[in-house]
Design a protein around this ligand. Structure first.
Ligand code: HEC
Ligand code: HEC
Length: 412
């Protein structure tokens, strides 16, 4: 089965193979300018091995700058250009919903760093999710997925939740597995892409491969071109403003403590990458709530406790990446913090105080709160500086990268 039909060639030429290297500001342009020849850098070439020959399984080039870690790729799901392209198609395909008008991208929008701008997401049937959508940027580096679930340890597994989950309904595909695969099988493009992405398989069009392709696409959503990155990895001392640089020092200071939980290249303490020797996975209570002084968080959103059942895990969540944080408001697992200023107020007072209403309580006194949440005072200038630093984590190239955008609007 050879797949070198015009359709496929067209699809690939619109995708990663063009590498989008025309952007002169891209610090990776010098390292990734292989024009999709697949030569790559040797280290990222997990794809295309294991007997997958031919152009279909062309190795994937991460295009990451030197010094930037690479995502860890499961052995049974190597990256390839065509698999990433298939995953991108599926990610933006409304056929992946019970109602036919909803896709992963409905709640993970590129221009918002793959969040949805809502405090709490709304599913295909209108059901409101208890939590807010999360940025999918650099998800390939996460040791566990979602706000507080250590059991969801792979993107392949996680994709099943929005598809088939019933509490809450997101894509609403429960009980429609057969119908879904039939629907996808009727699409000529998928008849090409599934066999090309999973060469040598008798039945490539399978749910297992669907989630694998989605995972491969998500591993390709990489943020590494922000002013902070150009300063840190690109050797450009002018990439960050002096205000942002002062803010960086504050962020990494013992006064603010942010870096303990939002440190490292991905601004999170729950990361893994190709060089990881152990899994870092942490959950913290930041004193966002303290209902009635008991330490309680609102029902249905008690964090890690929902999985472990342990009292001490009340309100503990995974620290999300702060990359592109300026475009992913509202904040926190339930979107209850609307602006970066409000987030700084919350941390400054060592936990949020809610004066009245059903959630009233002094977060600072939450008995389960992390000891790193001590509070601090910032001058107006320092506050400006910290915000300038957080804004320097915005990767405009990512937000508009054509390799990550909706492919269905490009081809008729
Ligand atoms: C209804 C809106 C909605 C849809 C549709 C949706 N998601 Fe999400 N996504 C969310 C929410 C909300 C969360 C946080 C879930 C939680 O913590 O329980 C999330 C979390 C994630 C995460 C974890 C990110 C992280 O930082 O840990 C991944 C990965 C993800 N979604 C991928 C997908 C994929 C792939 C699809 C399509 C198959 C999809 N999502 C469809 C709303 C949505
Ligand atoms: C003890 C660990 C810890 C420390 C210290 C910490 N954070 Fe966080 N951060 C978290 C966790 C956990 C969350 C998610 C909490 C939730 O949703 O309830 C979070 C969420 C955030 C968010 C919202 C992210 C989003 O996508 O919604 C921002 C912004 C943020 N932190 C900024 C900071 C800043 C600035 C500092 C320093 C003042 C800081 N954090 C210190 C653990 C920490």
């Amino acid at each position: 089965m050879t797949m070198r039909v015009p359709l496929l060639v067209l699809v690939l030429s619109l995708g990663w193979s063009t590498m989008g290297c025309s952007d002169g500001e891209d610090p990776s342009a010098t390292t990734s300018g292989t024009g999709g020849s697949g030569a790559g850098d040797g280290t990222g070439g997990a794809g295309g091995q294991g007997g997958e020959g031919g152009a279909e399984a062309r190795p994937f080039d991460w295009g990451l700058p030197p010094g930037f870690p690479r995502p860890k790729v499961p052995e049974d799901n190597p990256m390839s250009v065509v698999k990433v392209e298939l995953g991108r198609r599926l990610f933006y395909d409304p056929r992946l919903s019970g109602t036919g008008d909803f896709s992963c991208a409905s709640c993970h929008r590129q221009e918002l760093a793959f969040t949805d701008g809502l405090a709490r997401s709304v599913g295909s049937t209108g059901e409101v999710h208890p939590r807010g959508s999360m940025s999918l940027v650099n998800t390939g580096f996460l040791s566990a997925l979602t706000w507080a679930n250590p059991l969801l340890d792979s993107l392949e597994k996680q994709a099943l939740v929005p598809m088939f989950g019933e509490d809450p309904v997101e894509l609403g595909l429960a009980g429609k597995e057969v119908e879904l695969m039939e629907r996808l099988g009727a699409e000529p493009l998928y008849q090409e892409l599934f066999p090309a992405a999973f060469p040598g398989e008798d039945e490539p069009l399978q749910l297992k491969n669907l989630t694998r392709a989605l995972a491969a696409f998500q591993r390709s959503i990489l943020s590494y071109r922000s002013p902070f990155d150009r300063y840190t990895y690109g050797g450009d001392p002018t990439a960050m403003s002096t205000s942002a640089l002062r803010g960086k020092d504050l962020f990494f200071s013992e006064q603010m403590e942010c870096f303990h939980c939002h440190g490292g290249f991905n601004f999170s303490d729950s990361v893994m990458h190709d060089g990881s020797t152990f899994t870092e996975l942490m959950f913290h209570n930041t004193g966002l709530y303290n209902i009635g002084g008991t330490g309680a968080y609102p029902e249905g959103n008690t964090g890690l406790r929902e999985i472990t059942g342990l009292a001490m895990d009340m309100g503990r969540f995974r620290a999300p990446t702060l990359r592109n944080i300026a475009v992913t408001a509202p904040y926190m697992h339930d979107g209850s913090v609307t602006t970066l200023d409000e987030a700084l107020d919350h941390y400054g007072s060592g936990g949020r105080t809610i004066a009245s209403g059903p959630h009233a309580g002094v977060g600072n006194e939450n008995p389960y709160k992390s000891e790193l949440l001590v509070g601090f005072t910032l001058t107006p200038q320092e506050r400006q500086d910290v915000k300038a630093f957080l804004e320097s984590l915005t990767d405009d190239a990512l937000l508009t990268d054509p390799r990550l955008s909706d492919p269905w609007v490009e081809t008729p």
